[in-house]
Design a protein around this ligand. Sequence first.
Ligand SMILES: [Zn+2]
Length: 168
Amino acid sequence: MKFVKESSVKGVCITTATLNLSKLNSDENLELHTLDHALVLLEGRMTAPELLTAAHGLAHLAANLINHLSKVCGPCEDCDKDSCPFNDLEEEVVQVNEYLREAAGIPDGAKLCAEVDEEAHTVTIMAAEHRYDLRDLPPDLLATFAEAGTCLGKLEEHMIAEDIVYGG
Ligand SMILES: [Zn+2]
């Protein structure tokens, strides 16, 4: 079940009733796992069936989150080339050697993009203004979205914009 917790300066309080609902025994030690953007409270001691039930629940939650994002992006069906910029990730990779990157003052790990001047026959490589794009998705996760028919162009737009895709 999902509960919305109001956080305050004192932090977040989890009531005994909520612990009981999760079959967490408050007499025993609980393990708090801090993830980025999530916290997981695990029972400190579990039997094999209990551990598997917990693992299954976590996998289910992860799948729901991915599914939510897939729905937000919508299916890729009526996309034309303008609204769906995603074509081939490999073709979009821009690379420059370390010496040139350092000389240009571009930090290591910054995303690069290229601008072409067809008349002057020049290519300008610069640091991209965005922090995230599809290249930040692990390949298996990207494949999951692709197999689900998710619009990868929309997904990339949300990665770049870093707008809110979950909650209001
Ligand atoms: Zn699309």
